[in-house]
Every structure is written in structure tokens, then in C-alpha cells.
Write a protein that binds this ligand. Structure first.
Ligand code: 1CP
Length: 644
């Protein structure tokens, strides 16, 4: 064994492992990376007694009543085909399937279907979640119209409830064909041992390779009366997840995710995690120290996963197009002005109980589909070692000054301790918000923050920013790297504290050419977004970005936020329909009479064409003198005109 892998990798730490079928191979791989595997198989397959659902599926198939079959797993597809051939005594069903539209969720079911000579009409790309299934169905050029058609799903134990709902929303009749289900293993002792090792800190790493394992571990802990203690202990544990479906379940169960491999395979999960294991463990320790233990109200996350906002973030059909507004808490609102008359803006940001009040009041008064934490992108400036003031009329004033490479070296690494007020604000806001309402956390993007630091405040020309960028690229990249490292910690802290989504504001990046964006900004923003704990949707927003929307997408984000200078239709086509889009009413349109606002809303909804994944917003923040009634009317109009 290479000695360096033992010291870098897991460095002798115990890794709880819940995989069953491939458990042994994974344990070996963990050991080869210097870890001590603690295998705790969390499930076993139990074929469903009798084959009633398969028989019924077979009869409907032979009667020509099945339009589409979706195969979710290789093992399940094989069981289904074996059951069909034995129940119907010949290969009539296989012949019928050769004439049916068959969708396979990845290479394993494809292999099985090939063996039976069944052509796969559509194959679903990685990471093979149910979102990709929908995407494949929605945007296949043959444009399968699901309305009124019967779609059978070969189920794989964990109910793909979200997929079923989304298919029904498209007018399909869904026929569930379960072939096996998962049960707890007969011997649950290894599982109990692993749970106890996680509780008392002996296992600082845990790996989940499917969603059912997550449920079973929590079920087992519940049986032992240890569910809440396990949730709390998990705050100290680095959790690795095989992919988005497993991560979603971890979040729903009130746990977090520190790591997902680029490709949802077991080998890369261990190899890639081993490479950054020490750094992830350290990050978890810092979060644990700074983000209060009670930070999240985790059990409640399940109440929000089906909210229109989070559905749109996942590009799922929602009953209405969700809407929230940038700067929805602010001066245009009477309640805000009253609170602000008593204390300065920065004082307000640092008072968690008032942060919660302002955040909740704004979202509730507007009837918005998400709340955004009341704070500011510039709160990270003081912890970097610079001065910050907000002067009436002039906006923010940052004192440093930062002009040279030497000044940049002097800037501190962003620590989380001085930002505890943000995390505490999240905790108190979460506790005060309706459990169904998602909370958005945010930060400025590296470019926009660098511009404030270099200009000392707002700017029109970004002269100092561009001067450094062109004249001293080394110093520029050093500044961007320092900011980016801090942003990863800051946003992961917000995620740990309980936000449901994060938005990165690159408000002023539109002052750059596409070339300069690629060279001076993209790699940094990309590193920030890649460093965020998976599972929580990311909205990446910029203004003036029409000329480099592809690059913005490349930098990352599940949803791309666009301003009003580009048509939503064209923006979405450029960005690609495998991302959500947010936008894009001109904030000044809110000064117009309500009938005009109505026309503008209708136009934007028409441009989105009812595609799942549109989040309505302004193209930039609400202006301070906007009539509050018009903002409320806007929210109602979006709901009324988009109701499906
Ligand atoms: O009461 C006051 O006088 C302060 C006004 C104010 C408010 C209400 C500032 C000062 N910031 C905020 C809140 C704020 N800022 C939020 C709260 C959540 C919400 O949206 O309701 C958010 C998300 C921000 C983000 C922010 N701050 C951005 C990005 C969004 C954008 O508008 O592009 C930027 C650029 C800032 C910097 C900032 N903060 C405040 C001012 C006056 C400025 C400068 C803006 C400029 O340079 O033009």
C-alpha cells in the first residue's frame, strides 16, 4: 500500500458504511485509503409475495393499454421480465414491450432490456434521478405527449413519489409495478453498532449509497429511542452521499450532506471523498463550533420539499409559478421603515430577532413563495479586516483601502465566528417562519464583492477593479481566491444553519466582456459553487449577462437568475433547459398601473411557456420608492395567471 494514501485519506478514522450488496468491495476500498470500515448493511431485498401487480401490468400490456414503461433499476427490470415470462408462459409480453416506448434510467436496466432484445426508446442521462427522467420525457424531440397516456413504472422499493406526481401533473395515468421492496436486514446488530459509533464520535464518517438506507438508519435509531440524538450527532459527522436522490432523502430526514462524487458510483464516492476527507472533517468541526447546535429545525424540511419554490428549483411541475423578489424586505415597506428608524442598517443586520421579524414580515405580507434572509452581501467585509458603514444616500463605504497585492495579503481569511449573527438569524427566522415556506440564504459572488472592496463602495465604471484585473492579474487572482475560500465556508455555514436554497449575487459582473468573465471570474465562481454542500439548490444571479449566459451556467447553479435586458425565452434557450431560470420583470415596471403590470407578467409567463423550472422574480432588486400595493398585486398576478 502506498504510505501516502494512509496518511492523507481517512487517516485511520472509522467510516460507517450502509451499503449491502457491494459492501465488501467498498470496505476494501475504504481500508486502502487508510480508513477503518464499519460495515452496517441497512437493507435487504424482499421479492413481493405473489405477482399480482406484475400480472395486472402484463394483462394491460397485452391489451395494448400501456403506452410507456419506465425501468428504474437493472435488478428490478430483470425481476419484472422474469416474472412476466413465467406468468404468461411465453414471450408475448416481451414482444409487446418491443412495440412499447421504453425508458431506461441508466446503463443497468439498458443492459437487461438488451438481453431480452427490447429496444430502449429513451435512455436517461446521469445522474439518473427522476428529474432527468422527466427532462428526457419532456424534451425528447419526438415530444412525447403524456396527456391521457398510461405510463407504467417498474418500482424499486423506494417509492418515486415525486416522479409519479410530476407525471400525473402532465396528464398521465400512472401504473405502479412494484417487483420487490426493501426491508431492514434480519440481523440489525451491525446497524445498531454503527449508529452507536456515530453517536459517541467513534465514526466521524458515514457513507450512504441509496435513499432507502437513510430511511432505515433513521427507523432503526427511532426503534432504539435515539433518533434525535443521532440527528444531533450527525452534525459532527462528514456524510458522503452517492448522488442527488440520496442527498434529497438525507435533507428530508434532517441530516446534511458534505460530499457527493461527480459521478454517482461507489468507487468515485470513496476515492474522491478520501482525497478531501481531512478538509471536510475540519470544516465540519468549525461549523459545529460556530453554528449553534440547535441551528436547524431539521424534521420540518419534509414540509417544504413539495413547495412550489423548491419544486421549481428541481425543475418539477408546480401548481403555480413561484415568486419571490430580490430586496423584498426594504425601504418600500412601512414596517421596515419603522424598525429602521430605531437603528442603523448594520445594527439591524446584527440583531437576529429583528432579522427574523423583518424577513418573515416581508415574505408574509407579500404572499411570496420563499423568504430571503434579511442581511447584506457586504457583511463579510468587516471580518476580512476592513471598515464598513452605510451612509444615507451614498450607499456602503468600505475603508481599507485595498489597492495593491500587499493590501490583499493583509486581508484576513474569512472566519465564521464574527458571522455568528447571520447563522443565529437563520435559526430564529426558521423558527418563526411557516414550516412550508423555504428560506433562501445568500452571498455576493467573488467578482461583485471584489469590486466593492477595491472601489471602497458602489461604482459605475469599476475603474479600480478593472485596473487591478488588467495590471496585476496575480494580485487579482489572489484576492478572488481569498474571497472564494471564505464564501465556501460562509455559505456552507448558512446551509448547516438551515437555509433551503442559496443565491449567489453577481450583481455587477455585467460590466465585463465575455472574454474577461471567462479569464478573471468564471474559475473562481465555479470553485465556490462546487465547494457547496450538495443537496441544497443554488441560484446564480447576475445582471447585464446576456452576452455570456453560457459561461454563467458553466460556472454553476441549478437556477440561473437573469435581468430584464434579455428575453426570458432566449435566455433559457441559451442557458439550456436542464437548468431552471429566475426572472425577470424590470423593477421600474412596478411603478406602472396594475393593468400594465398584468400585461408584463403575462408576457414573461408566455416566454417561460409553462416549462417547469421558472421562478418569477424581478430582473434586479425592488427600488425603495416602489408602491407596496403594486408589489403585492404582482405576487397575486403571477399566481393567478400561472395557475395550472
Ligand atoms: O435600510 C437601508 O438603508 C439599507 C438598504 C439595504 C437593504 C434593505 C442595503 C444596503 N442592503 C439591504 C438588504 C439586502 N441586500 C438584502 C436583503 C434581503 C432581501 O432581498 O430582502 C439582500 C439580498 C441584499 C444584497 C445586496 N446588497 C446586493 C445584491 C443585490 C443587488 O441589489 O444587486 C448588493 C449589491 C448589496 C450592496 C448594498 N447594500 C446596501 C446598499 C445600499 C448596497 C449598494 C447597492 C449599490 O451599490 O448600488
Amino acid at each position: 500500500m502506498n504510505p501516502s494514501t494512509t496518511t492523507i485519506g481517512f487517516a485511520g478514522a472509522t467510516v460507517a458504511l450502509f451499503e449491502s450488496r457491494m459492501g465488501e468491495a467498498m470496505a476494501k476500498s475504504i481500508a486502502s485509503h487508510g480508513g477503518v470500515p464499519l460495515p452496517a448493511p441497512a437493507m435487504r431485498e424482499v421479492p413481493l409475495a405473489g405477482h399480482a401487480p406484475v400480472a395486472s401490468f402484463g394483462q394491460q400490456l397485452l391489451a395494448g393499454q400501456i403506452d410507456v414503461l419506465i425501468c428504474l433499476t437493472g435488478v428490478g427490470a430483470r425481476m419484472l421480465l422474469e416474472a412476466l415470462t413465467s406468468l404468461f408462459a411465453d414471450d408475448r409480453c416481451v414482444a409487446a414491450l418491443r412495440r412499447t416506448t421504453v425508458v431506461a434510467r441508466g446503463p443497468k436496466p439498458i443492459r437487461v432490456l438488451k438481453e431480452y432484445g427490447i429496444p430502449v426508446t429513451l435512455s436517461v442521462p446521469e445522474p439518473n434521478t427522476w428529474q432527468e427522467i422527466l427532462q428526457t420525457l419532456d424534451f425528447d424531440e419526438r415530444s412525447l405527449n403524456l396527456s391521457g397516456r398510461t405510463v407504467a413504472i417498474q418500482e424499486h422499493g423506494a417509492m418515486p413519489q415525486l416522479l409519479i406526481e410530476a407525471l400525473q401533473a402532465r396528464g398521465a395515468r400512472v401504473l405502479r409495478v412494484p417487483v420487490y421492496r426493501w426491508a431492514l436486514p434480519e440481523d440489525t446488530q451491525p446497524l445498531e453498532r454503527a449508529i452507536r459509533a456515530m453517536l459517541d464520535g467513534r465514526a466521524p464518517f458515514a457513507l450512504f449509497t441509496n435513499a432507502v438506507q437513510v430511511r432505515h438508519v433513521m427507523d432503526c435509531a427511532r426503534g432504539l429511542g435515539l433518533e434525535e440524538r443521532l440527528r444531533e450527532a450527525c452534525g459532527r459527522i462528514v456524510i458522503g452521499s452517492i448522488g442527488p436522490t440520496t442527498s434529497e432523502e438525507l435533507y428530508v430526514q434532517g441530516l446534511h450532506v458534505d460530499f457527493e462524487p461527480a459521478h454517482g458510483k461507489m468507487g468515485p464516492l470513496i476515492d474522491e471523498l478520501a482525497r478531501c476527507a481531512a478538509a471536510l472533517l475540519e470544516a465540519r468541526r468549525v461549523l459545529q463550533r460556530v453554528v449553534p447546535k440547535t441551528a436547524a429545525v431539521p424534521q420540518d424540511r419534509s414540509r417544504r420539499v413539495q413547495s412550489p419554490f423548491l419544486k421549481a428549483c428541481r425543475r418539477e411541475a408546480a401548481p403555480v409559478t413561484p415568486i419571490w423578489l430580490m430586496r423584498q424586505a426594504g425601504r418600500y415597506m412601512q414596517e421596515y421603515r419603522e424598525i429602521r428608524s430605531r437603528l442603523s442598517f448594520l445594527e439591524l443586520c446584527k440583531r437576529p430577532e429583528l432579522v427574523a421579524e423583518v424577513t418573515v414580515t416581508a415574505a408574509e405580507r407579500l404572499g411570496a413563495d420563499a423568504a430571503i434572509l434579511f442581511s447584506d452581501i457586504l457583511v463579510i467585509v468587516e471580518p476580512l479586516g476592513l471598515g464598513l458603514e452605510y451612509n444615507a444616500g451614498e450607499g456602503p463605504v468600505i475603508s481599507g483601502p485595498v489597492t495593491s497585492g500587499a493590501d490583499i495579503d493583509q486581508l484576513r481569511e474569512l472566519a465564521l465566528e464574527p458571522l455568528e449573527f447571520v447563522f443565529e438569524g437563520i435559526r430564529q427566522t426558521r423558527a418563526a417562519l411557516r414550516p412550508e415556506l423555504p428560506l433562501i440564504g445568500f452571498a455576493g459572488a467573488p467578482f461583485t464583492l471584489a469590486s466593492y472592496i477595491l472601489e471602497g463602495g458602489s461604482s459605475k465604471l469599476f475603474l479600480e477593479t478593472k485596473r487591478l484585473m488588467y495590471a496585476d492579474p496575480g494580485a487579482w487572482h489572489a484576492l478572488m481566491e481569498k474571497i472564494s475560500r471564505g464564501l465556501v465556508r460562509f455559505l456552507n455555514g448558512q446551509i448547516a444553519a438551515g437555509v433551503d436554497a442559496v443565491q449567489l449575487f453577481d450583481s455587477w459582473v455585467g460590466c465585463l466582456s465575455p472574454h474577461d468573465y471567462r479569464e478573471f471570474v468564471l474559475p473562481h465562481t465555479q470553485r465556490v459553487l462546487q465547494g457547496l454542500n450538495p443537496g441544497v439548490p443554488i441560484i446564480h444571479f447576475g445582471t447585464g449577462t446576456a452576452a455570456f449566459l453560457r459561461e454563467l451556467r458553466q460556472a454553476g447553479g441549478d437556477v440561473i437568475g437573469v435581468d430584464f435586458r434579455v428575453s426570458l425565452q432566449e435566455a433559457w434557450r441559451t442557458i439550456g433547459y436542464d437548468r431552471g431560470i429566475q426572472g425577470n420583470l424590470d423593477p421600474v415596471a412596478l411603478y406602472a398601473p396594475v393593468p400594465v403590470i398584468r400585461q408584463q407578467v403575462q408576457r414573461i409567463l408566455d416566454e417561460a411557456a409553462g416549462r417547469p423550472g421558472h421562478i418569477f422574480n424581478l430582473g434586479h432588486g425592488i427600488l425603495p420608492t416602489t408602491p407596496v400595493d403594486h408589489v403585492r398585486a404582482l405576487v397575486d398576478l403571477v399566481h393567478e395567471l400561472s395557475r395550472r
